[in-house]
Design a protein around this ligand. Structure first.
Ligand SMILES: [Fe+2]
Length: 244
């Protein structure tokens, strides 16, 4: 079975369309949250996710635009985009966001969450120590996460209790081995922050026991133009070019 893993689309329709075209056929889509926020196409992106019939988790931006989170938690540009999005978003799409789960079981002992199993919405897993704590505290083979917008993988070696980290700035793959456990971030579709502006997504193939991370270019200038024309903060357009 093949799972298409997407996360942190952030209302970027160009990146989402290119990602889905590039991905081709998979058996099921899993979306790890932050469909909206930052970008200018929230309704388009939510509709696309609905049409994919994918299993979807909510992220901090998704819950903030429907008033489920305090927006003071966000920086100035993010807060402005959240307020703009909550004005633009259609009622049926608000209901969709309202009903999103905070964690899902992908298959067997493989799970997905936006932030971390310990704090599904807010926690960033950014270093080996945090990853080690999660490996020790929770029982799982793979946890797919989003939120940081950094494509990479923490692996835990059961034989020596060591955690390693591999980044996927230029894509790559992870072989799922018997003696290891994994926390995998397939990166952000709509606002990568690892220095590579290309959209990032993953495919988990259960038969071949591999997770492949792909980086693909998309017409960033179109997305930037829409952000500027919508009156959203300019920094949200600029950062797409930097991949930061
Ligand atoms: Fe995000």
């Amino acid at each position: 079975m093949k799972f298409g893993i997407i996360s942190d689309i952030h209302s970027n329709s160009e990146a989402l369309d290119c990602t889905l075209n590039n991905m081709g056929k998979v058996d099921e889509f899993i979306c790890l949250g932050d469909i909206v926020g930052y970008g200018a196409d929230p309704n388009y992106c939510i509709k696309k996710i609905k049409d994919l019939n994918c299993r979807c988790i909510g992220g901090n931006h998704d819950f903030a635009v429907i008033g489920k989170l305090d927006i003071n938690y966000f920086n100035d540009a993010a807060r402005k985009a959240i307020l703009w999005t909550s004005r633009k978003i259609e009622e049926n799409n608000k209901i969709f966001l309202l009903n999103l789960n905070k964690k899902i079981q992908v298959i067997e002992n493989i799970f997905a969450v936006h932030g971390s199993p310990r704090e599904p919405i807010f926690e960033y897993i950014l270093d080996k120590n945090s990853a080690y704590d999660i490996f020790k505290k929770y029982d799982f083979k793979i946890y797919f996460i989003g939120h940081s917008h950094l494509a990479g993988c923490f692996s835990f070696n059961k034989s020596n209790n060591q955690v390693n980290y591999t980044d996927f700035i230029n894509g790559g793959y992870i072989e799922i081995l018997k003696n290891k456990r994994y926390i995998i971030n397939c990166g952000s579709v709509g606002q990568p922050r690892d220095g590579n502006p290309d959209a990032s997504y993953g495919i988990y193939d259960t038969e071949y026991k591999v997770v492949k991370i792909y980086r693909i270019s998309y017409p960033i200038y179109l997305t930037q133009k829409k952000i500027i024309n919508a009156g959203l903060p300019k920094i949200l357009a600029d950062r797409l070019s930097w991949g930061r």
